[in-house]
Design a protein around this ligand. Structure first.
Ligand code: WTA
Length: 653
């Protein structure tokens, strides 16, 4: 049965899920919003009770702004809640993870098998490497089942995992290892990306030269390329596992023991290690995955994010496994070997729920309808979007071409810091509006605020989360002053850094970042990080980086560079500087183009006027320029930009 589309006006398109979807949804009574609002803490206690606790909590919330403690005194284990809880049920022998490699090989782990693998690897971590509760372990892996094993094996013994996305450079890995104080690295020989091997182990080798505190490196043999193994430091995962039969029990953790650190970009050159703890994070992960995706054990659920991002943590590992679903994992690129790979995966594995990013959806749109139409996508029943604003056009395409007007689309807004979804369409509870993420989840208290901190009733402002929630970040690893100043100095309540509008029905549309953080293809990148990398390149005197609108990626990076005396601008220099950024941070941070300039627009006190640069770069009105000390530079930059009309050269990422 098709859903009904009711168009009130061009502005207000309202789409309802089918009666069938609503009838089968686990949560379909809108009373849940009222229930949660009437007794928020009681509501969260009920959600936390869905988990297995070794011992109960004594108080629900202790709040000393900005630090929260949830389910205080309770003991729990995240790995136990993803694995052990299923062993005495009929989920024991169903697939927990179905993995497809880029080459087409498929590996399946039932819940019993995944439990076995994880428990053995926990034994390896404790007995062979002496890893204990509270130790940090860095995971730098491709998207293979062992990345899930590594995460859950750490959680099982209370080691704090710090997953670093496999696309980051050796330098980014070094910075994250140092900041977290990791003792151990878990990696793989390599991963596949568009048919090519990404040589992860050799990147780790390069990083290890600067990481003397790392005692051991465990290497999963995956692509079986030639690698160097340093005796006494490096071990093959397969061989250390072969020596181990003991199954490590899940160790009870305090609800507030850290579960993981995940680095994310901010407005300075240094990424922030966001800390999440165990009980509250798991309560929200389980609840939100069930509520937003209507996730059931019968689902084959595919979140296309990498484990290196928060989406991979909460909605590829912890949330879906806690709900006993089957998690689909695909290692590689959506266009390999052909541009219909995603649709092939869905057809082959009968995927029921797809959770992906607008940047991918826009690429699929561009590649053409004939590709999804070649495949049987009738197994799908729900579609999700995350990571950046989804434009109504892409929303409608996703809904009609992929979902055939049958599958509701959920647009989910959240952040690394929020741990889980905060705002989302809930199609069984309230209608969908393309372009709008919808209402805050029951139990979550979000408002759009004026700069003064007063709530906006209808119109635009800044997103803020008004009350503490269980999966909120507990701090920045080693830098709680920064935690306070970034998130808690703007308002009394949590400042998200996103602009948004709110409509008369309470629906929220998220507009994007209001700070110097870019969102390129759904990945957060700090302008300062890119600028610091650029000024380290030989010949660069000064750099300023802004985001420009990009049809596919949402935003692309444009850099303005002042060269040192005697250095001549050239295409070669541009290319070399772009490659340098890729080497320094990772390919996701590559500028699309560099504009060379003798000067940058500055205030009389010498500060770069980034706002003005952004307007120039995006061809927008310049606004107030009274404080500009060197107006002549604006005309020069406009002229340079018009010469480099085709900003797509050279091709990046
Ligand atoms: C953006 C990803 C609009 C936003 C889960 C946020 C979104 C940042 C949406 C967090 C959405 C995420 N609509 N914008 N549905 N989801 N964002 O930490 O700017 O990688 O602040 O977490 O992505 O990115 P992060």
């Amino acid at each position: 049965m098709k859903n009904t589309i009711e168009t009130l006006s061009n502005e207000k398109r309202i789409i309802s899920a089918s009666d069938e979807f609503k009838a089968n949804a686990t949560h379909s009574d809108p009373e849940i919003y009222k229930l949660a609002a009437a007794d928020r803490l009681g509501f969260w206690e009920a959600q936390a009770s869905q988990l297995h606790w070794f011992s109960p909590w004594t108080s629900v919330l202790e709040w000393e702004r900005p630090f929260a403690k949830w389910f205080v005194g309770g003991t729990i284990n995240a790995s136990y809640n993803c694995l052990d809880v299923h062993l005495d049920t009929d989920r024991r022998d169903k697939a927990a993870v179905v993995w497809e490699g880029e080459l087409g090989d498929v590996r399946t782990f039932t819940y019993a098998e995944l439990h076995h693998e994880v428990a053995r690897f926990s034994t390896v971590l404790t007995t062979r490497y002496g890893i204990q509760k509270g130790d940090r372990v860095t995971i730098y892996m491709p998207l293979i089942p062992e990345s899930v094993v590594a995460i859950l094996a750490c959680a099982r013994i209370g080691a704090i995992h710090s997953v670093v996305f496999g696309g980051f450079s050796a330098q980014s890995l070094i910075d994250r290892i140092h900041d977290s104080g990791s003792r151990l690295v878990i990696t793989a020989d390599g991963g596949y990306r568009r048919g090519k091997v990404v040589p992860l182990k050799s990147i780790v080798d390069e990083a290890m030269e600067k990481c003397p505190a790392i005692e051991a490196v465990v290497v999963v043999r995956h692509v079986r390329n030639e690698i160097k193994m340093q005796p006494g430091r490096d071990d093959e995962y397969q061989s250390v596992m072969a020596d181990t039969t003991d199954l490590q029990e899940a160790v009870p953790m305090d609800s507030e023991d850290p579960l993981f650190i995940l680095y994310t970009s901010g407005t300075t050159g240094k990424p922030k290690g966001i800390v999440h703890t165990t009980g509250g994070y798991m309560a929200h992960a389980k609840y939100s995955a069930q509520l937003v995706f209507d996730l059931k054990p019968s689902d084959v659920y595919w979140c296309t994010a990498d484990v290196g991002w928060i989406t991979g943590h909460t909605y590829l590992v912890y949330g879906p496994l806690a709900n006993g679903a089957t998690v689909m994992m695909y290692e590689g690129s959506p266009d390999y070997p052909d541009k219909d790979r995603f649709w092939e995966v869905i057809e082959r594995h009968k995927v029921t729920i797809l959770y992906t990013a607008p940047t991918a959806i826009r690429a699929f749109m561009k590649w053409g309808n004939h590709l999804p139409e070649k495949h049987d996508l009738s197994s799908l029943r729900l579609l999700g979007s995350v990571g950046e604003p989804i434009n109504p056009e892409a929303w409608m395409w996703y809904y009609t071409v992929i979902g055939k007007g049958r599958c509701p689309v959920v647009d989910t807004w959240w952040q690394t810091e929020t741990g889980g979804i905060m705002i989302s369409t809930l199609p069984a509870l309230s209608p969908m509006r393309p372009g709008y993420t919808g209402l805050p989840l029951p139990g979550i208290d979000v408002q759009v605020l004026h700069e003064s901190g007063k709530p906006v009733e209808i119109g635009g402002g800044l997103l803020s989360i008004m009350s503490p929630w269980p999966s909120m970040a507990r701090g920045i690893w080693g830098d709680n002053d920064r935690f306070k100043s970034v998130y808690w100095d703007t308002f009394d309540t949590y400042f998200a850094g996103d602009g948004a509008t709110v409509d008369d029905d309470g629906y929220i549309m998220v507009l994007g970042r209001v700070d110097d953080v870019l969102n390129v293809a759904g990945h957060r990148i700090g302008t300062m990080e890119v600028e610091s990398a650029l000024v380290e390149f030989d010949g660069v005197a000064e750099a300023a980086v802004v985001g420009i609108a990009d049809e596919l990626k949402g935003q692309a990076i444009l850099a303005f560079v002042i060269l040192k005396e005697g250095v001549t601008p050239s295409d070669e220099f541009e290319r070399a500087a772009i490659d340098w950024v890729s080497k320094a941070i990772g390919a996701i941070a590559k500028p699309k183009r560099i504009i060379f300039t003798p000067d940058l627009p500055k205030t009389r006190s010498g500060k770069i006027m980034r706002r003005l640069l952004k307007s120039v770069a995006n061809g927008q009105p310049l606004g107030d320029v009274t404080t500009l000390a060197n107006p002549e530079v604006v005309g020069f930059l406009e002229q340079q930009l018009s010469i480099k009309v085709d900003l797509s050269y050279p091709p990046t990422n």
